[in-house]
Ligand binder design. Structure first.
Ligand SMILES: [Fe+2]
Length: 240
């Protein structure tokens, strides 16, 4: 478990990467993002000019939904550590930003992905409660037993679409943070299929390849029900 520590101060060079990512991605987000994500960006006070002050954002997030941000230098944490933090309403922030050559896509979550992709949605109380609930469900199982639950996370929280006012909106944090992924996701190369819990038993995502199928959630209620629905299909968790 990470011990709480002060957030890192980022260099002008790191801020420059943030500025480039923002300039490259914001038009995609204005066009395709859910209202939930767009509203959250505003609530957290993120700006195009620099990596945010996490102390300040932490206070805003605590006030909005009772979650806290925890700094980590682990670039790619194992699922267990990640879920243990989420279960305590703690969101780990990777204090690393991608290289300029990886602006379009990086398989490793970085501070751009964690912050710009995930945090706007985390300002919504229903969404934030669901993420904690998902972690509680995950912790009932061993990593081996919950592999397809990881796929559910991947295709909803990271790369899901959601219907909003009759329109298909980009919802997942991986779509919001990756110019390469969101542009690919809206192309004809990707089949957009209605969400079904059974699909995740047959499909294994790879962080190193672009997708050819992505899923559309009807609404927040369908997302909220999905982790427990997965659990009902996997009724034999061990007691840990
Ligand atoms: Fe993520």
């Amino acid at each position: 478990m990470s011990t709480p520590r002060p957030f890192k101060r980022f260099s002008p060079e790191e801020d420059r990467i943030w500025q480039m990512l923002w300039a490259r991605q914001m038009d995609n987000c204005q066009l395709h993002a859910s209202r939930l994500w767009l509203g959250g960006l505003h609530k957290l006070g993120m700006t195009p000019d620099r990596i945010p002050d996490f102390g300040e954002m932490n206070e805003r997030l605590k006030a909005l939904v009772g979650w806290e941000l925890v700094s980590t230098d682990v670039i790619f944490s194992d699922g267990q550590t990640w879920f243990e933090h989420l279960a305590r309403r703690q969101f780990l922030i990777t204090e690393y930003i991608r290289d300029e050559k990886d602006l379009l896509y990086t398989p490793l979550p970085d501070i751009w992905h964690d912050t710009f992709g995930h945090l706007p949605l985390m300002t919504d109380p229903r969404y934030a409660d669901y993420v904690q609930h998902f972690a509680h469900v995950a912790l009932r199982y061993t990593p081996q037993q919950r592999k397809s639950l990881g796929s559910l996370w991947w295709y909803t929280i990271e790369f899901g679409f959601m219907m909003e006012g009759g329109e298909m909106k980009a919802f997942g944090a991986g779509l919001m943070s990756s110019p390469g992924e969101i542009e690919h996701a809206y192309s004809d190369a990707v089949a957009k299929t209605p969400f079904s819990i059974e699909a995740f038993e047959r499909i294994s995502p790879s962080p190193h390849a672009m997708h050819n199928t992505l899923f559309i959630l009807d609404d927040m209620a369908q997302l909220e029900a999905s982790a427990e629905q997965w659990a009902s299909l996997h009724p034999a968790p061990v007691s840990l």
